[in-house]
Design a protein around this ligand. Sequence first.
Ligand code: ADE
Length: 236
Amino acid sequence: MRIDVVSIFPEYLGALGLSLLGKAQKAELLEIRVHDLRDYTFDRHRTVDDTPYGGGAGMVMKPEPWALALEEILEVSPVEKPVLIVPTPSGEVFSQAAAHDMSTSEHLVFACGRYEGIDERMFHWALEHFEVRLMSLGDYVLNGGEVAALAMIEAIGRLVPGVVGNPESLVEESHSDEGLLEYPVYTKPSSWRGYDVPDILLSGDHAKIAAWRKEQQAERTRERRPDLWTRRQDMA
Ligand code: ADE
C-alpha cells in the first residue's frame, strides 16, 4: 500500500518511521511519503493561507498549493482514482470498519489542513481526481489534521496483511467483528501488591476461561460503552 501525507508540519509525521509501521516500510509492505505543502508555494513567505471571504475569525488555506501537491502525487499513483482522506472535525466519524475498508486500497492520500480549513473549491476540484473522504476522529477539535492522520494511518496500516506479525492478535481485539470491548489481561506474577490474578485463569480449563472472558467483555461493554451494547442487542 502507498500512503502520501501532505502537511505544513511534515515533522509531525516522523513517528510513522517508528515501531510496526517503520518495520512495515522497511519490509516494503507500506510505502509512506510525507510532503511539505509549502514546497508548492512561490512567494518569499511560502504562504499557504489567507483571510476568509465574508469575514470571520482565523485564516483559510488557499486551494492552489493543495492542487499542485496533489497533482504531483497523482502522477505517481498506482491507481486511477486514489482515496483522498481529509481529517476534519466536520467529517464522518472514523471507525474500525472504516479502517478495514481503507486497508484494502492501494493508494491513500492524507491532506492535513490547519487553521479554519481549506478553501471549499479544493474539494470540488479533488472530486474529479480522487475518492474524497472527510474523516473525524471524534467530537473534539484538534489544532490540525496531523495527529488525526497519524491515528488513522496506524489503525489502517496494521490491518494491511503482514504488518502485524501475528494476525490472530487482530481477531480478538476491541471493535473487531463482535462489537465487544476486549477482556482484561494479566501476566506474571500471579500475586502482585496484594492483587491476585482471577483463579479461573490459572485453572487450565480452556472452555471455562473462554466463557469467563466473554462475560467480562459483555460486562465492560455494557458499563463503558452502552452505545455499543445497545447496537449489538439491536443487531441480534
Ligand atoms: N482536525 C481537527 N480536529 C479534528 C478531529 N476531531 N478529527 C479529525 N481531524 C481533525
